[in-house]
Design a protein around this ligand. Sequence first.
Ligand code: CAA
Length: 380
Amino acid sequence: MNLTFTEEQEMTRRMVRQFAQEKVAPAIEKMEQEDRFPEEIVRQMGELGLMGMPIPEQYGGMEMDYTSYILAIHELSRVSATVGVILSVHTSVGTNPILYFGTEEQKARWVPKLASGEYLGAFAVSEAGAGSDVSGMKTTAIADGDDYILNGSKMWITNGGYADTYIVFARTSKDPGSKSISAFVVEKDTPGFTVQPKEKKMGLKGSSTCPITFEDCRIPKANRLGEEGDGFKIAMANLDAGRIGIAAQALGIAEAALDASTAYAKERKQFGKPIGQMQGIGFKLADMATSVEAARLLTYRAASLRTNGHPAGKEASMAKMFASDTAMKAAIEAVQIHGGYGFTEDYPVERYFRDAKVTQIYEGTNEIQKIVVSNHLLRG
Ligand code: CAA
């Protein structure tokens, strides 16, 4: 396994790091205070080509390898986990289902707009009563002539209200279970489709998370991805890749927490010396750094498998659960190292603490990741 990045990947990293420092960092205060979606940042990411990094040039993307795309989410999330998740959801689960499962006509219709950033993508699988248990979804899509009529509601839709296209999963027959689920592209202005007021979240301020509802929402059959009944597999296959993005987001948070803690431990003096010189603090930093390194290796190992065209579902789940647990633990320790200051908004560690939590929950809870990994081991 090659543990170094290519010159092109390093260039991508430098470019994204510079963008994150120069454009994203100054926008964080407003995002946090006003819980406002960073539309201007997303527009600039489109201009830089970041909204279509792994998409082939033929569909308007940058045709970069998956590792470069993961580097971008990682670098953005070191500065803002909000911007990291907007990009990850847009690409991995908002655009890739069309690229991998769409017809040529569907790809030509939507992918170039998504890859350029003209359109923002979203993914709508979860429901109030069907989060981890995707097969338990109730939203229906009933065939009617050349159309389907959608009824039901979805929850936790990242980019909700700002997205132009939603990959929506619904049942096309009355059979329970995974085999009657189909996937559709629903455009934002379709009559009968409504975005509900956004959730008030603990963290990821600025990222928009909304319920969406379908009331006799008529969409053409031409908007179905794959065949009827392919939906569950389309969702799972794209979540396999999406989870590497969430691992990279969590890695970014964990690194930021470690960097802030190391800097603070060198500068903050108590008992006549920097607190980093006390083993109680030094050992915390050593543990954090070791976990961050392990999370980095798992994340880039999963990305590299994908870059090289190998299956990476198991490795993606391992990376996602380890990196998100690392982010949470690192953020807890970062607040502890900062003491009372860490509990205030004067230091960024309280934001890392709030942002880290959801990485253990979305794109499959870490308990679900263990099911995925154990299924790989036991089913072969
Ligand atoms: N790729 C392709 N096919 C797959 C697959 C994969 N990764 N995983 C399963 N399948 C197939 C199986 O082979 C099986 O096919 P057959 O019946 O033909 O053999 C079929 O799908 C059903 O598989 P399971 O029996 O394993 O399905 P299950 O109902 O037991 O569920 C699960 C498995 C792992 C628990 C799955 O439901 C799951 O991943 N749940 C978590 C959902 C999730 O991650 N939600 C995130 C929401 S999106 C989000 O958070 C985005 C955001 O906005 C941030």
